[in-house]
Design a protein around this ligand. Structure first.
Ligand SMILES: Nc1ncnc2c1ncn2[C@@H]1O[C@H](C[S@+](CC[C@H]([NH3+])C(=O)[O-])CC(=O)[O-])[C@@H](O)[C@H]1O
Ligand SMILES: O=C(O)C(=O)Cc1ccccc1
Length: 260
């Protein structure tokens, strides 16, 4: 019998179940939700859907090691299965730090805890971690040096994004940073259409059919609302951040560092 969680190149045990959630024609496509069905295929889904995702996650650990300050908290907001938390723990060795991962999907949180237990049993001297099932909009932040919002803000109702970022800014200590990754929309229609077509080509190259791509798009269109890079930058500045530095973009997915 093969082990239930074979170790990957990154020493991270992940489900290998392929994403076929939208492969059959659905008479009505329900709104996308982070439920048990999604959790089972999530590692495959996110890798085949988000160009640059593995690079962003691994380098988030590298970036975090530069910003982590002693005796502070590192947050993984909207942690899903804890890929970012695992990267933080692979890279950050700063004295007295802890990681808090939080997600409001019970199914995600349960599986995330299993994966982090597996990481605990494979490595020593990892930062302590707490996984919370809860709403990031209701979180009381501890003094923090690294806050990761890795493809989570796009699922927060647009009217609540500025207030969340303002509270994140207030929680950050000097020398810390918010790392924000988002799908982007583009203000120039031609640029938007080109990068959207290229994203569809990326998905097709990763084995998704036209039907899967179309049904997934209609599932997410009511729940995931991307902003442009300019909107993201302006909102971060309005929240009190002093500097916004994009550090990665692959097609219509980008990640930026925001300094307090
Ligand atoms: N209000 C909320 N409070 C808490 N969690 C929330 C909220 N709204 C949505 N979520 C959670 O945010 C996560 C977004 S996925 C993040 C990927 C991960 N960061 C990764 O790097 O692998 C992005 C994607 O699937 O495109 C889901 O797990 C939601 O349950
Ligand atoms: O699949 C897409 O088109 C996306 O934009 C990204 C995504 C990835 C995983 C869950 C929801 C959205």
């Amino acid at each position: 019998m093969p082990p239930r969680f074979p170790a990957t190149r990154l020493d991270r045990p992940v489900s290998k179940e392929p994403d076929r959630l939208f492969a059959q024609p659905l008479s009505q496509v329900p709104d996308f939700a982070f439920n048990e069905d999604v959790v089972r295929v999530f590692p495959d889904m996110i890798k085949r859907s988000v160009p640059g995702y593995p690079t962003i996650v691994e380098n988030l650990g590298v970036l975090a090691a530069q910003f982590a300050q002693p005796n502070t908290t590192l947050y993984d907001l909207g942690s899903s299965l804890g890929a970012v938390t695992q990267a933080l723990r692979r890279h950050v060795r700063t004295e007295g730090c802890q990681v808090i991962a939080i997600d409001n999907s019970q199914a995600m949180v349960e599986r995330c805890r299993e994966y982090l237990n597996a990481q605990n049993s494979m490595f020593q001297e990892l930062l302590p971690v707490t996984v919370i099932e809860g709403d990031i909009l209701a979180l009381d932040f501890e003094p923090a040096s690294v806050i990761a919002l890795n493809f989570t803000l796009q699922f927060i109702p647009p009217a609540q994004r500025l207030e969340l970022l303002t509270r994140i800014h207030q929680a950050l200590v000097p020398g810390g940073a918010l790392i924000l990754s988002e799908k982007l929309r583009f203000e120039d229609d031609q640029q938007h259409d080109l990068l959207t077509d290229l994203h569809i080509a990326f998905k097709r190259a990763n084995g998704y059919s036209d039907l899967e791509i179309a049904q997934k798009r209609s599932a997410i269109e009511n729940v995931m609302k991307p902003d442009s890079l300019e909107e993201n930058r302006d909102r971060l500045l309005a929240a009190g951040f002093s500097k916004v530095v994009p550090w990665f973009q692959c097609l219509n997915f980008a990640s930026m560092i925001a300094l307090p």
